[in-house]
Write a protein that binds this ligand. Structure first.
Ligand code: NOJ
Length: 746
């Protein structure tokens, strides 16, 4: 459809609409398709069946423009028909969903994908997720989550790309490209909605939804760059965050929405609030009533409200009548929403082919892609005396031990809904099929599956739980696990957090392994059998004891549908792990927040003596990750010694695989500005490349540093600057890269 036709059709519809219908187009309701009602007497207050009846009634009077949380193609066709045929304007629904890391095929969590340091992996995964979701009639995802997160107490750290804005920007752009593709009307892609604008990751104490107070410098240098990258990549939607930023609610924040996002970055799409966030302007004690809340959000530049039954935008007609918001602002918002519908081709055909969707959802190529993604994400934290890889030919027996060793649901991680748990490959199954019948593989759970009752509505979904049988006896199971370890050649121990212990509403104040897991690890290690520890974790759980006593530790994050196969391929050396930490792995909660790109002030107070009770360094640094070989860095060359502020610098380095196994390596480039008109971090990543290098071979790797990589936002001048200064530059395999060079900017 030409843009002329789109705008003609949008204007024609707009001209017909009453103010109530306009408010309706700007309102998105949860529909909770497929979710059962909570058991009577539970803490959950939302009743999905009531919500569904309400939304259907609204659809018939033009009171709803969009719904979220329906995952069935036939159900979506029914809802579209009811909406289009039930109302005189016949405007179809825009259907949103949290497609965060896969739809039916579940890919590794976003933080894991960031650990791949390979944006193409993120792009491919999200394009498959988009294809699956669109096939059933979903048009829009509330993703990517691009919040920089530097406090691992915050459970949502798992949904983003970690602590670094440069990596975060690369992953944000790649995901937007993957979701949106090049033609939204072709039925293979979805609108991307980067979230949560902005700085949600800085919530006080890592507590979900808590207030955010960030300096201008942090906001522009750290929290905003991934959002800007998402706009540049063409994101059609943005979601505003729940909390206030420096005292102004993000959802009514004119500076962020209008000045920065629309005016400075040129964003043309539409914005949605986080769930209930317009109504929450009243909860924030910011707006006095729904009319004022609607006006505050719309005047700041927000378009749509995501709502439960209590919609803040129900106050729109009153706000217009009181002149709190102009009809022009409402019309612009409605235009943007209708334009999105038109771009997606919905005004011509909002229905999907149910049979075709089944084929798309069950495409075996998607499971292979999920395995390949997972293989890129594992981070080998420690590997003493080449404890890994395991040699299947020299093993007679393997013990898989721990609550996540034979567990499918938790392997998928949070924000997984439309999966089929039966097609998930557990770690036990993956190992069994990799080693074949010649090796005895036995499993012992050892400790109970924790049951965290998650406060969200999704806790009502029985698919979300792994329950132990009623007669589960932890003492007996613990003893069985230790006995199995004793008689086995090697133990693969799988510990960590279950999926409901991380993600939204999953903050923690301590990082110990939940339940009796550490006790089990110690008891199993005491048998003397070699232990390989796999950590199913999206935050730096306490590895102090393990890092001293267990020879091999690999973080597997939440690897998704094909996770068990990817893990087996890595354990047995078909694949060399090469993922790197996108976060600093602290020793203790007290070290939080700790990041690699810190500022230094008083020199003697360096990283080694910052605490008297424990080392001032983290346990594992940003960018750390081992492989089954070693790499040497040499021949760092810069094409200029001095450059002007508008010049670019070409950087070349030689990377050699000095071991005897082929492997990927993540080459990382860091800079440091020695002096200038503001204090700059001791190191900042400004380039990375993941490449495959065969044993004994070398590769030339090139980077270009443009003025953009060398600029920063300066609080004194309230804008971007490039200083005249000297820079240090390092290239290597982690944030401790040693190969050094220097250059001057005149
Ligand atoms: C609240 C979360 O903060 C947001 O990320 C999500 O997209 C919406 N709920 C919808 O599920």
């Amino acid at each position: 459809m030409s843009s002329k036709t789109i705008s003609d059709r949008v204007e024609a519809l707009l001209a017909e609409m009453t103010i109530e219908e306009k408010a309706g187009q700007l309102t998105q309701y949860f529909y909770f398709g497929g979710l059962p009602d909570p058991e009577p007497g539970t803490e959950i207050h939302v009743v999905p069946s009531k919500m569904r009846a309400y939304v259907e009634a609204q659809a018939k009077i033009g009171g709803v423009g969009s719904v979220l949380f329906v995952r069935d193609a036939a159900e979506l066709n029914r809802l579209q028909k009811l909406t289009v045929e039930g109302h005189r304007l016949g405007i179809p629904l825009l259907v949103g969903y949290d497609v965060i890391h896969g739809f039916k095929t579940i890919f590794p969590m976003p933080l894991a994908v960031a650990a791949s340091f390979e944006p193409a992996i993120a792009e491919r995964g999200q394009s498959i997720a988009a294809k699956e979701a669109r096939s059933i009639g979903i048009h829009w995802t509330f993703a990517p989550m691009v919040d920089i997160a530097r406090d691992p107490r915050w459970g949502r750290i798992i949904e983003g790309a970690g602590e670094d804005p440069y990596l975060g920007a690369a992953m944000a752009a790649a995901q937007v490209r993957g979701f949106q593709g090049s033609d939204l009307a072709a039925g293979e892609n979805v609108l991307a909605g980067p979230k949560h604008f902005a700085a949600y990751g800085a919530s006080l104490g890592g507590r979900d939804y808590d207030e955010v107070n960030v300096s201008d410098s942090e906001l522009h240098n750290v929290y905003l760059p991934p959002f800007e990258a998402a706009v540049k990549a063409g994101a059609e939607n943005f979601m505003t965050a729940y909390m206030g930023v420096n005292g102004i609610p993000a959802t009514a924040n004119k500076y962020l929405i209008t000045d920065v996002l629309r005016n400075e970055w040129g964003f043309k799409g539409f914005l949605v609030s986080d769930a209930n966030a317009v109504f929450n302007l009243i909860t924030h004690k910011f707006a006095k009533d729904k009319a004022a809340a609607s006006a505050a959000a719309l005047n700041a530049g927000l378009d749509m409200e995501m709502a439960m039954i209590e919609s803040g935008y129900a106050g729109i007609p009153e706000a217009v009548a009181n002149n709190e918001v102009s009809i022009e602002i409402i019309d612009d918002a409605v235009r943007r929403v209708l334009t999105a519908k038109a771009k997606l081709g919905l005004l011509d055909n909002p229905y999907v082919d149910v049979e075709r969707s089944q084929k798309v959802l069950n495409d075996p190529a998607h499971r292979i892609a999920a395995r390949e993604s997972a293989e890129k994400t594992f981070v080998l934290l420690k590997n003493e005396k080449n404890a890994l890889p395991l040699d299947a030919a020299n093993l007679k027996s393997i013990a898989v031990i721990g609550p996540f060793g034979d567990n499918k649901r938790d392997l998928l991680g949070p924000w997984s809904f439309a999966f089929d748990v039966n097609e998930t490959i557990s770690i036990l199954d993956g190992i069994k099929s990799r080693v074949g019948a010649g090796v005895k593989v036995e499993y012992a759970q050892g400790v109970a599956h924790e049951r965290r009752i998650h406060p969200s509505i999704f806790d009502g979904d029985p698919n979300n739980h792994v329950n132990d049988p009623a007669d589960f006896n932890e003492e007996v199971e613990f003893a069985k696990a230790v006995a199995l370890a004793k008689i086995s050649d090697v133990v693969v121990m799988v510990l960590g957090e279950q999926q409901a212990q991380i993600g939204e509403q999953a903050a923690r104040s301590t990082f110990e392994l939940p339940g009796r897991q550490l006790e089990l690890l110690k008891a199993v290690a005491a048998t003397g059998t070699k232990v390989v520890l796999l950590m199913q974790s999206g935050r730096p759980l306490d590895l102090n004891w393990a890092s001293e006593n267990i020879p091999a530790i690999m973080n597997i994050w939440y690897p998704g549908t094909s996770g068990g196969a990817a893990i087996a391929n890595t354990l047995f050396g078909d694949i060399s792990p090469a993922g790197r930490l996108p976060i600093t792995w602290v020793r203790s909660v007290g070290q939080v927040p700790m990041i690699y790109s810190r500022h230094v002030s008083h020199e003697p107070h360096n990283s080694d003596n910052r605490y008297w009770n424990e080392p001032g360094s983290p346990l594992y640094i940003f960018g750390h990750g081992l492989s089954y070989t070693n790499f040497a860095y040499s021949d760092l060359s810069l094409d200029k010694k001095a450059l002007s502020k508008t010049d670019s610098l070409n950087v070349d380095v030689v990377v050699t695989n000095t071991g005897n196994r082929d492997s990927d390596e993540v080459v990382q480039l860091y800079i440091h500005q020695r002096y200038g008109t503001a204090i700059r971090p001791i190191r900042e990543m400004k380039g990375f490349k993941r490449l495959h290098i065969k044993a004994g071979e070398s590769a030339n790797v090139s980077f270009v540093l443009t003025p953009r990589e060398l600029r920063y936002w300066n609080a004194a001048v309230k804008g971007w600057v490039n200083d005249s200064t000297h820079f240090d530059i390092w290239v290597g395999g982690s944030s401790a890269a040693e190969l050094h060079g220097e250059f001057e900017v005149k």
